[in-house]
Each structure stands twice: as C-alpha cells, then as structure tokens.
Design a protein around this ligand. Structure first.
Ligand code: ADP
Ligand code: MG
Length: 728
C-alpha cells in the first residue's frame, strides 16, 4: 500500500519546474550581466570581444543543455519510478477490493450497504438468497419501497433507521421479522454500522443480516418443552424427586415437600436414609444396590417416611435410575405417592371385616342359645309354679332360673353386637334421652366424678330405639367411671354436625350429610394403640376377672351401627378418652306416639292358638304354658303341618303364634297362606334374631307383633293377650 512519503512525490514534481525555471532565469540573467561586464573589463578589443562573447554564448548553451539533459533524465527516472509504484498500488488495491467483494458476496450473512438516504447501494448474493430479491431489483430503493419489513415490526425498524441516519447511533443490533419476496416471514438479526467522514457527514451504512428463524423456533420449542416439563413436574399429583447417588436431593417437586413436610432447602441438610423409617432402610439399600448394578430396571416399595413433625407417612415409592450415554449411573428418579389414607382405610376395612365375622359367629351362637334358654327358663318357671314355698327343690330351681336369666342377658348383648336384635326405633331428641337418665348417671358414676352435660337447643332428631340409646350412654359412662378410679370429669356433649365428603371418605360406613354427634369424654387413664384396636370385640376386656365382661362396647358398636351411625374413638394413655357417636339426622319430625302398654292382666281369656315351632323344647313349653293359661292350643312343628291342622279344624283359630325361621315355608309365608283362608287371624311372630322376613335391617315393620326369644312365660302370656285384644 502507498505510504505517506510516496504520496507527496507528485507534489514535488509539480513545484520543481517553476523553481528550476526561476533559478534558471536568475542564474542565466546573472551570468549574462556579470560575464558581459567581466569580459568587457578584461577584453577591450572589439573583435576579440565579439569572439569571446560567441564562445561565452556557446558555453552557456552547452552548460544549460547539459543541465537540461540531466534534469530531464532525472525527471523521467522519477516519473517512471512512480508509475511502477502506482501500478503496484493499483494492483494491490484491486486485489484488496476483490477479496473484500468476495467476502461480502460469500459471507453467510447477507450484506447490504445503504447510502445516506438509506437506499440500497449494495445487495450481496446472500441477501438475494435470503430475501429473494435480485440486487438489480432493489438497488437505489428504500426498505419501505422494497416492502420487506414485517408490518408489525415496521415502527421499531423505522426508529432504528432514523437513529442511524441522524447519526444518533453508529452501530445497532436488533431483531425483527422480514418478508421475503415470496411473502414468507423470516426472523432476522441485523447488525448495522454507520460510516461518517471527517466532517461528520454520513457516508454510508452497512448492514449484516442473518436468518435466525430456525434458531428462534428451536429456542421457542425448547422453552416450551422446558415449561411443559417444569409444569408437569411441579403440578404433578405425585411426589417426584431426583436423588443423587450420594443420597442427596438434587430436585424435588412441591408435592414431595407436602408429603414429607420439609421444604427443598431443609432437605439440603437431610439425606434419604434420615427420612426413611428405620425398619425399611435395609430393603431400600438392597433395592438401590440392585438398581445401580443393573439387576433391575425399577423397583416399587410401600414404606414409611418420617415427616418433619416426626409422624410417619405411608408412601408408595417407585424408583428408577437415570444413566448417561455411556451407561454410567447419574441419579435416581423417585415417584412418591402418599398412601396413608389407603393404609388407614385398609386397616379400617380389615377391622370391620373382623368385627363382621365375630358378629356372625356371636349372632349364630346367641340364636341357638336363645332357644335353649327359652326352654330352661320357661321350665324353671313352670317348675317353680308347681312347687310349694317349702319344697327343698325351690332354692335349686331358683338358682337355675337366675343363671338362665343371666345367660339370656348375655345372649342379648351378643345379639346387640351382631346387630341382630330387633330395634323399635322412634323419632328421638337425644337431649331428652340424656336428661331423662342424668340422675341415674350421677348415681352410677359416684361422687368423685364430675358430670357435665351439654345439651343443645335445636338439636336434630334421630331415629333410634330409646332403650338402646340409653344402653349406649350407660355403657360408655360405666367405662369412663372405671377409667377414673381417682375421680375426674365426665362430659357428655351434643351437637349438630355436617359430615363432608372428605370425612366420609376417611371413615367407613359414613355417608356425607347431617348428623347428631354425641360425644362422651373422660379424663381417665386412656388407652394405647393395641387396646384401641380391640375394644369393640366382644369379650375383650382389660379389667380383672369378674369385673368386666368385655361386652359393653361390643353392644354399643352393634346398636350404633344398626341405627345407621358410626363411632370414632380418640384416646391416648394418660390423656383420657373421647367416644364420638354420629347418628344420622332425620328430616321428617312426626310426633312419636309411644304405645302405652297395659300393665294389668288381660281381662278376657281363652281362644284357639295355632302354635308353630320347629324346636320341640320351645314348642312344648309354650304349649304347656298357654294351655295352663286357658287357651286351646294346636301345635305343629313346621308350616306344612300347620296348614294341615288348619284345614282339619273347622272352628275359628284366633291366633297364629309362629317361629320365623323354619325349614320349608317361613313363618311369614305361612301367615300369608293362612290369612287367605282366615282373614281375621291374628299373627304373633317369635324369633331369636332378626330376619328380613319380618324386619328390615333389624327394624320391625309397623303393625307386626313380635316376641323376642328368650322370653319369660309372663311376657309370653302378656304378649299373646295383647295381640288377641288388638292392642299391638
Ligand atoms: P369391659 O368394660 O367389660 O371391660 P368394654 O367392652 O366396655 O368391656 O370395654 C373394653 C375395654 O375397653 C375395657 O376393658 C377398657 O380396657 C377399654 N375401655 C373402654 N372404655 C374406656 C375408657 N373410657 N377409658 C379407658 N379404657 C376404656
Ligand atoms: Mg364396659
């Protein structure tokens, strides 16, 4: 490239001729003046003078010619020198320009040069490819004339253009959308620089432009997938965790934090083994080892974690292992599901099933015993009638009867537990039930225990057997008393409650809705978990021999369940116990009309009774008793026999007294048959347990007369009279 000294050469050449000419004029003039004077002073001879002057003239010509020659030669040399240099420079420039042009045209970026009115000066090949317009189509045009700025971005782009043109900005980087000639929209990234001359005038602007559509799309796709993943991770209904091979947490989602009660920050201080219930540690380690060793791909465990508040939480954990491309393990991925509720429900379900099985067993036993006890007690009674006060057998038979009655109470409790006793529900206000028995309760619990009864105005009504409800309260009060040998406080509290879906879901046997809650709390010794698990089982007692029967809560359980309610117990050793009983509220509040039972003996006696009973002991007893009472008794051991008897008996039959469950036709079916022939016939059922033939879910159908086995002979005769007299 030409440097500054060479650049000044033409200037030297331009100035020299004038100077040379002036010097020549000066030197020549001086020479002529002084040489003439000198020669005139030395030579006086005119001829010689003329001659000398001629020589002098020649000398001058020769000298100046020589000088001229040297000068021209020098000048020519200089000229040819600089011409070669110029050529070299020009070639160099040419090459540089070529290189530049090549780069501009071949740059992967589109190159566009704009003049100081932002009109296209240069439009590289890449620009042609990018936008589709040929250089000749756009040269001299403003971007707006070309029409390649995306409408929505036009304002922003024009601001940039103005800033560049006005010299407010000498460079700029920006991104906007452009149209191509075919109308497609592409994302472009623009790099601009403005060139100003020394006076600050804008000469041109260079733009480099790149199509970033694919990059933008990829970026957006990545961002979207990242967002999707994050949302999935964060909003997942299961706990998710990434666990390093060193058992440290890399990442967990919110649900995971919710399950274990620690925040992600707090987890930083904890390794996995600190979270796992100690019993479950070994199996976890072993499974993780097998996973890392590649023996298994994934494993699932049901186990307990220890929450921040130290409570255990049951979880189902499924773990897999992430490996890098070379197969090296990177981290564990855990999916954690809170199954505490399921576990609790399973536990409740198992418990309910156990109670069901025990209940069936107890009910079956009680049923058979009822028949036996009816016989034992009945004949004891008959025997006693036949003996004088002084008879030595009196005492023995009395003992038999007493034992029989105790046994009858026991079977009754068992029936209650197995939900097979016959309830006679009424619409009840529990406030009244409790107020009625409060005096008895006070006496029952003794002076050391304070009794607090909180009744509730506007309490919802329930449908239950009042005698049974009293039984429930008494049993619970007695247990509370036993739990407070040194005194304390017994609180009975009534309230209306709404049980929601959530509550219903967590407790078996409860449907959402309005309930009356009866809470009985004591400040006694409380119970541990093992005791709590078993309290409703019949014959489960922690009391010493002779003190407890273990039937109190079993009875409560049976009665409450049979009444459509549910019981929850809260207790902790040393902290007392609360039983909460939920009974469904009923909507219709009709006046209950208690049937007043006549206490006096029936006035009118006699009549014909058809007795049907498959158990001979009971049949004989009943027959004998009724005969003794003055009735005519036709007895049959099954329905077929009874139908035959009825056919053969032309006279009226006043009462059918029948067992319910018998081989062949049931008591109910028999009654229906007989009623067709004898519409005036009255019916009295007797049974040891409930049966859907006459009761629905243990509740007697209205208008059905029923005698519960075992019955005393007094009750038998009274009931028979009542039915015959049309009282029941
Ligand atoms: P029993 O009272 O004859 O033992 P229950 O069925 O009434 O039988 O009660 C069973 C057991 O439940 C009791 O032996 C006692 O261990 C426990 N229990 C019941 N109620 C309470 C209470 N309020 N406080 C402490 N323990 C109780
Ligand atoms: Mg008890």
């Amino acid at each position: 490239m030409a440097n500054s000294s060479k650049k000044q050469k033409p200037l030297t050449l331009r100035v020299a001729p004038l100077r040379i000419t002036l010097i020549y004029l000066l030197v020549g003039g001086l020479w002529i003046i002084f040489s003439d004077r000198l020669v005139a002073a030395i030579v006086t001879d005119p001829i010689a003078l003329t001659q000398l002057q001629t020589y002098k003239g020649w000398f001058y010509i020769v000298a100046t010619a020589l000088l001229l020659y040297l000068l021209i030669r020098h000048s020519l040399a200089v000229l040819s020198n600089s011409e070669a240099e110029l050529r070299a420079i020009s070639a160099e420039l040419q090459a540089a320009l070529q290189r530049l042009t090549f780069h501009v045209e071949n740059s992967p970026l589109g190159v566009i040069e704009w003049d100081n009115h932002f009109r296209v000066q240069r439009w590289s090949r890449q620009s042609e490819q990018l936008f589709g317009w040929k250089a000749e189509e756009v040269l001299g045009k403003h971007p707006n004339e070309i029409g390649f700025i995306y409408a929505e971005d036009a304002e922003a782009v024009n601001r940039v253009i103005v800033a560049l043109l006005e010299g407010n900005r000498s460079r700029s980087v920006n991104r906007n959308r452009n149209y191509t000639k075919s109308g497609a929209v592409i994302d472009c990234e623009w790099y601009e620089s403005a060139f100003f001359d020394e006076t600050g005038r804008l000469i041109s602007i260079l733009s480099l432009v790149q199509d970033v559509t694919a990059r933008e799309q990829a970026k957006q796709a990545l961002q979207e997938s990242e967002e999707r993943f994050r949302a999935t991770f964060e909003q997942a209904a299961v706990g998710l965790a990434h666990l390093g091979l060193d058992n440290r947490w890399l990442w967990v989602n919110q649900k995971f934090c919710d399950i274990i009660g620690y925040s992600f920050e707090e987890l930083g201080q904890l390794s996995l083994p600190q979270l796992i219930y100690p019993d479950d540690l070994d199996i976890n380690r072993e499974q993780a080892r097998r996973l890392v060793a590649g023996e298994i791909q994934t494993y699932s465990l049901e186990q307990r974690y220890i929450r921040k508040d130290s409570s255990p939480v049951w979880v189902n954990v499924t773990v897999s292992l992430l490996r890098d491309a070379s197969g090296q393990p990177k981290y564990f991925i855990g999916v954690v599901q809170d199954i505490t509720e399921r576990k609790q429900l399973e536990e409740q379900y198992r418990h309910a099933q156990k109670m069901e099985a025990v209940g069936r067993l107890a009910g079956g036993v009680a049923h058979d015993f009822n028949n036996l006890l009816t016989v034992i007690n009945g004949y004891s009674e008959l025997a006693l009638h036949g003996l004088t006060e002084l008879d030595p057998l009196q005492k023995s038979i009395r003992e038999i009867r007493k034992a029989g009655e105790r046994a009858a109470r026991l079977t009754h409790q068992l029936l209650a537990f197995s939900r097979q006793q016959v309830l006679q529900p009424e619409i009840l206000d529990l406030n009244e039930v409790i107020t009625d028995i409060s005096r008895m309760l006070t006496r029952l619990i003794g002076e050391d225990i304070e009794l607090v009864i909180i009744t509730k105005a506007g309490l919802g009504r329930i449908k239950a057997d009042p005698g049974q409800m009293e039984q429930v309260i008494m049993n619970l009060a007695i247990n509370a008393r036993d739990a407070m040998p040194h005194g304390g406080k017994l609180t009975i509290d009534l309230a209306n409650v709404e049980l929601d879906e959530d509550f219903a879901r967590r407790h078996l046997r409860v449907a959402p809705g309005s309930y009356v809650r009866l809470a009985i709390s004591d400040t006694g010794v409380g119970m541990d978990k093992e005791t709590l698990n078993r309290i409703f089982e019949p014959f489960f007692t922690t009391k010493e021999q002779g003190k407890g029967t273990g039937l109190g809560l079993a009875t409560v359980y049976g009665i409450v369940n049979q009444s459509g309610g549910s019981i929850l117990v809260y207790s902790e050793p040393g902290w007392g116990t609360t039983f909460k009983i939920y009974l469904p509220q009923i909507k219709e509040v009709s006046k209950s009309s208690p049937v007043s039972l006549p206490q006096e003996h029936p006035s009118q006696r006699g009549g014909t009774i058809l007795l049907v009973e498959d158990e001979p002991g009971v049949r004989n007893l009943v027959r004998d008793t009724l005969k003794e009472d003055g009735y005519t008794v036709l007895d049959a051991s099954n329905s077929a026999e009874a139908l035959l008897l009825s056919e053969q008996h032309p006279d009226p039959i006043h009462l059918l007294l029948t067992d319910v469950v018998m081989p062949g036709l049931s008591g109910r079916q028999l009654a229906e048959h007989l009623l067709l022939q004898r519409p005036k016939l009255r019916i009295l059922y007797m049974s040891g347990y409930t049966d859907d033939a006459i009761v629905h879910h243990g509740v007697l159908e209205p208008g059905v007369a029923f005698l519960h086995k075992p019955f005393t002979l007094q009750i038998l005769t009274r009931k028979v009279r009542e039915v015959l007299d049309g009282i029941t």
